[in-house]
Ligand binder design. Sequence first.
Ligand SMILES: C[S@@+](CC[C@H](N)C(=O)[O-])C[C@H]1O[C@@H](n2cnc3c(N)ncnc32)[C@H](O)[C@@H]1O
Length: 244
Amino acid sequence: MSSDTTDDIYDPAFVKDVFDRCSDQYIAFSWVCSFGFTERWRRQCVEALPELAEGATGYDLMAGTGEVWPHLLRRRPDLATITAVDISSGMHRRALERLHRHRAHRISFIEDDVLASQLPDESADFVVSTFGLKTFDRDRQTLLARLVARVLKPGGSFAMIEASDPKGWLLRPLYLFHLKTVLPLVERFLLNGAQDFSRIGVYSTNFGDAGHIAESLAAEGLEVRFRKHFFGCATSVSGRKPLT
Ligand SMILES: C[S@@+](CC[C@H](N)C(=O)[O-])C[C@H]1O[C@@H](n2cnc3c(N)ncnc32)[C@H](O)[C@@H]1O
């Protein structure tokens, strides 16, 4: 049964429905809506990992169509495995069919709500997440920070990036017009979507920036660096788990 009737747009079942429905067109939408910036931000997210050692294994949380994997493998061609965690099987199926068949042996997939998943303690050399934070409200971001701290090995690295509200930027009204008005029109006339991409715009404007998750990660004892990208249109957190 569709959970589209729920009022809670952060309910994991609701989020899953949204992404299952838009998985076919997500890649095109992601590119169009950001004028290609998303690719650059994914690369910068991977570069922000303090360390990515030979033979490393780790998690791509809210992996979607696996857009960040080429960046990880470019930085570390000898990466051992990436475990993709995503609640939407549609996004992952699409990822393997269209983009990543040739690297499928290095990717494993867990289809689950990341907060409900039983990822083992200290099982990852790295954790990355690109554009997967916005569908988490503040309480869930706190839980996500706890999970990242728990699954990282001592010395392990993390980096996460999300589109953000560029508060204080002169061109912010233009950016919000793009997000709230232009994108729904693109969806309606070009992508034939079912209001799902407009919802992604709502998540983005509600998200604010990565400040809350930065504080939550620091509260979990991780070393954290917060950065703004392109006047704050995206923000990232990166760092590592101390050795002791
Ligand atoms: C905007 S997409 C980002 C995909 C990809 N990482 C990228 O760079 O394009 C967000 C992804 O987060 C997934 N997601 C949202 N909430 C989730 C949750 N609670 N657990 C696991 N995956 C979730 C969605 O299914 C979707 O694939």
